[in-house]
Design a protein around this ligand. Sequence first.
Ligand SMILES: NC(=O)c1ccc[n+]([C@@H]2O[C@H](COP(=O)([O-])OP(=O)(O)OC[C@H]3O[C@@H](n4cnc5c(N)ncnc54)[C@H](OP(=O)(O)O)[C@@H]3O)[C@@H](O)[C@H]2O)c1
Length: 262
Amino acid sequence: MTSVLVTGGTGRLGRRVVRALAADGHPVRILSRESAAPPVPGADVVVADLSTGAGLVEAVAGATAVVHCATDPRNSRAVDVAGTERLLEAARDAGRLHLVSVSIVGVDRIPVSYYRAKLAAEEAIARSGLPWTLLRTTQFHGFVDDLLGRLVRMPVVLVPRGWRIQPIDVDEVARRLADAVASGPAGRLPDLGGPEVFPVAELVRDRLRRTGRHRPMVEVPLPGAPSAALRAGANLVPGNRSGGRTWQEYLDRRSPSRLPEG
Ligand SMILES: NC(=O)c1ccc[n+]([C@@H]2O[C@H](COP(=O)([O-])OP(=O)(O)OC[C@H]3O[C@@H](n4cnc5c(N)ncnc54)[C@H](OP(=O)(O)O)[C@@H]3O)[C@@H](O)[C@H]2O)c1
């Protein structure tokens, strides 16, 4: 069985990846900055920091694959770009292990700094000389849930006009990444989106209704290139929809009082 290191194995996606790999029988280690990170049963934690490189050599030692899920959108140059390069260097020094990574649909078309960092990380992986697999996906249910929660807290709910979103089941993404470990290096996989595409305004209206909030909602035309790319659907892959839970199924499973999970 492949011995797998999961960076970001404490995060929204990473902990599901750890679970999926453990279910497949792989020995799994989680790379985290915190030794007290919440343990996923059956997985050890190895302490390392991508932003400094501390602990990376020890973290990759003995692994035959790495599933790279760590990210920090607020510090993406240091973590997603330089951190990925540090991880690749440690992995090259350790041998020819398989680097499996995840990115976001549209990172090459939506000009925001986090997406530029994700694209730079993709490029570093592709030219690393290591065997690799990369999957771009649309936004996870829990991320969309957080976003809606923030939007409906505004006294007047402003929604960017023309934006759509294709929420995906994070367990489905985790399963694809675990399968990629088993199948071996495949380069860039076809982009993957959730089973449905929604106008953001529709999801906001639904959230207001479900939570009984009576707030005015105004659709505003946001200027700028990122907004234009989103209006053009650069974040969507309607022709490549995954299985897994639908948005409604996600909502049905989620208790309204609990934090979003998936
Ligand atoms: N969220 C989405 O909707 C979405 C959609 C498509 C693709 N993705 C991609 O999926 C991946 C996972 O996203 P996520 O939403 O699951 O992330 P997340 O929940 O924010 O988790 C981020 C993880 O990164 C780790 N991390 C942060 N800084 C680090 C550092 N300096 N050194 C080592 N580890 C560090 C954290 O681990 P510790 O705190 O334990 O150190 C944490 O486990 C990312 O590549 C993201 O771009 C996300």
